[in-house]
Design a protein around this ligand. Structure first.
Ligand code: ADP
Ligand code: XUL
Length: 557
């Protein structure tokens, strides 16, 4: 804060362009939240007719996209909302943001001219209507690119080698396989695309009025960047599409300045002309910043549309499961992460079917049922899952003669559970899977502590199950949107690095005063009792056995 006191009276504006909404958080120079706002895609922009912010292909191809222009119009609406609330844009010293990771935007030849000459009398939507070659951006939920993902892995020397280079084996939702699909199936569209942005760099481009670079942390979610060199990987580029490097543009550190805010925003909303736009990054990297995750044994669990679990590391060892990204607030460090597609929307599905569409009833069922669920185990995949790689489907089992010891016991598949057991089977299943895979991935067991964030971290009953299953204290931050908060913090960080002319550790900004800021976390639930934690460990083994059988039977490689 010593550093930030130089910027007294300044605001730092952070956005989060996520799957279901665009959020904004504003921090002052004491790192206190002074404003926040939300645009919910389905309800605030109903004319796009999205469901959960997306379009799902009903044919079952796995294609999942969002209308690019909806993200543009959401920004118009967000700025109008802030304006109507008399927000003083002139005080904003720096802006940054988060994007849902992996999603991509395709700018038509000539669009950079439109971007650089935005007319402040007109909306962004009005001016960018014809700026894209592809109107529906593929997003992280898409799993329609298995052929392309395999071809890229093969051309790069196999899945493990691709992981070694880019931090992740090939994944359908990653931007490289998505670009390859467009090149392979619509080469003329690829040719008429002058720039490919990812969601984060796309939104940053609107703010600077020109194409913004892709930052190193979010760039690692493309299967295209060499994570050690932090440059585009030649072999991955060649495996994906010809002439790709020039369409991707440069890479930049997350703490770099993307440019001054475009005059459009100065004239239309009265931003200060010296306001800087700091590189945007992925929502997960920004959450890591917003949660001030800086101790190796701490684990963050984000319960948004996707569920993610991540931590920092100095020495990453990328393998066939999980992802390695550069740490957005540590020039040398990395973050490691596991991602589940069946997060909040699958919990909502069970809530709607079994708990009268109410979180209160859902929680009552969690409280009514016993931990370990009397040996009832469920696997709920409303979307194709990433971990394990299983298609859509629900699988339920009951362990026969269930008792404390599971040795030698057999499970039996069943059609359904009573509603309270279904709710518990879902929640225990999600977090047993997370614990098992996190341990396998080398995450600490038990973690020193867990910091929970994302929409569902507001639910204390869910946090209680996490504490019992992982066997550690669970903390929460003041607001569940750590991605836009982290973006606001990074806006301040980027500005300070810029003023100093070199990278400064982010901890220097808050020193030992975190608890006085809106970044402070507090204990939400104590660790579960250790006997229960070890019982969960044995049921977790059983669960992995069943999971392995399911993968053998239905899984994809
Ligand atoms: P994203 O940033 O990916 O769009 P959010 O982090 O905003 O998602 O989380 C939105 C989700 O939060 C909703 O889909 C909803 O299911 C979940 N959520 C909100 N409140 C609760 C609650 N009390 N219990 C469980 N889940 C909740
Ligand atoms: C991360 C991922 C999701 C999206 C959701 O790899 O696919 O967490 O970032 O916004």
């Amino acid at each position: 804060m010593a550093e930030l006191s130089l910027l007294r009276d300044s605001y730092f504006l952070g956005f989060d362009s996520s799957t279901q909404s665009l959020k904004a958080t504003v921090l002052d120079s004491n790192l206190k939240i002074v404003a926040s706002e939300l645009v919910h895609f389905d309800s605030d922009l109903p004319h796009y007719k999205t469901s959960d912010g997306v379009y799902r292909d009903p044919s079952g191809s796995g294609r999942i996209v969002s209308p690019t222009l909806m993200w543009v119009e959401a920004l118009d609406l967000m700025l109008q909302k802030l304006s109507k609330s008399n927000f003083d844009f002139a005080k904003v010293a720096a802006v940054s943001g988060s994007g849902q990771q992996h999603g991509s935007v395709y700018w038509k030849n000539g669009s950079s001219q439109i971007l650089s000459a935005l007319d402040p009398k007109r909306t962004l939507l009005d001016q960018l209507e014809h700026a894209f070659t592809i109107k529906e951006s593929p997003i992280w939920m898409d799993c329609s690119t298995t052929a392309e993902r395999r071809a890229i892995e093969k051309a790069c020397g196999g899945a493990l080698e691709l992981a070694r280079i880019t931090g992740s084996r090939g994944y359908e939702r990653f931007t490289g396989p998505q670009i390859k699909k467009i090149f392979d199936t619509q080469p003329e569209v690829y040719d008429s695309t002058e720039r490919i942005s990812i969601v984060s760099s796309f939104m940053a481009s609107l703010f600077v009025g020109g194409y913004a670079a892709i930052d190193h942390a979010d760039g690692a979610g493309m299967n295209l960047m060499d994570i050690k060199e932090k440059t585009w990987s030649k072999v991955a580029l060649e495996a994906t599409a010809p002439g790709l490097e020039s369409k991707l543009g440069a890479l930049a550190p997350a703490y770099a300045v993307a440019g001054n805010i475009a005059s459009y925003f100065v004239q239309r909303y009265h931003f200060n002309k010296d306001c800087l736009v700091v590189q945007w990054s992925g929502d997960n990297p920004n959450s890591l910043a917003g949660l001030t995750l800086n101790i190796p044994g701490d684990l963050a669990i984000s319960l948004g549309t996707s569920d993610t679990v991540f931590m920092i590391t100095e020495n990453p060892n990328p393998g066939l499961e999980g992802h390695v990204f550069p740490n957005p607030v540590d020039a040398e460090g990395y973050m490691v992460m596991l991602v589940y597609k069946n997060g909040s929307l699958t919990r909502e599905d069970v809530r709607n079917r079994c708990a009268e569409k109410s979180w209160d009833v859902f929680n009552k069922f969690l409280e009514q049922t016993q931990p370990l669920n009397g040996g009832k185990l469920g696997f709920y995949y409303k979307e194709h899952e990433i971990i394990p790689p299983l298609p859509v489907g629900f699988h339920r089992y009951v362990i026969e003669n269930f008792s404390d010891s599971l040795d030698g016991l057999k499970e039996r598949e069943v059609e359904e559970f009573d509603p309270p057991s279904e709710v518990r089977a879902l929640i225990e299943g999600q977090f047993l899977s997370m614990r098992a895979h996190a341990e396998r991935f080398g995450m600490p067991s038990p973690p020193r502590r867990i910091i929970a964030t994302g929409g569902a971290s507001a639910n204390k009953c869910i946090l209680s199950s996490i504490a019992s299953i992982f066997g550690c204290d669970v903390y929460t931050v003041q607001r569940p949107d750590s991605a836009s908060l982290g973006a606001a913090l990074r806006a301040a960080h980027g500005l300070l690095c810029h003023k100093k002319g070199s990278f400064i550790p982010i901890s220097e900004m808050y020193m030992d005063k975190v608890e006085k800021t809106s970044l402070s976390s507090k204990l939400a639930v104590h660790a579960g009792d250790q006997e229960l934690v070890s019982k969960y460990a044995s049921i977790m083994k059983k669960r992995i056995e069943i999971e392995n059988h399911l993968v053998q039977k239905f899984g994809r490689s």
